[in-house]
Design a protein. Sequence first.
Length: 134
Amino acid sequence: GSGSRVVVADPSGTLSAPVTPPAAGLPATPLFIAATTHAMTAPREYFLCSTATACSVTLPVPAAGYEFCVRSANNVSTTITLAGRTNIYYELPTRTGWGTVSAALVSTGAAVTNQVCVVGYDATHYAIMSSTGF
């Protein structure tokens, strides 16, 4: 993620201040394109839903800094659901609180522009970083 930090030691073993590694040194974010269901893999992943029905995506148990984005694939109108999980809360799309424990986060209807990006807030919460259609 953009907050990655590395502590560097010179040949004598002296540690220098943390530095941000160059983007070229970071692995690419995994991208999956599929229909209907998908289980995301920590710590980050993108998913494009390629079916015109509905997609259900299951996120792993949250941890601070996990990052996940889900959207309709190009020119595909679909409903997106982030599946409910025991003891996990999703932030409300209004950003005014947290949803009901174990409840799913569902887009308001099928649309080409549906998308949601969340970040792990702690061990039980996902905060919404951006969304359309939720």
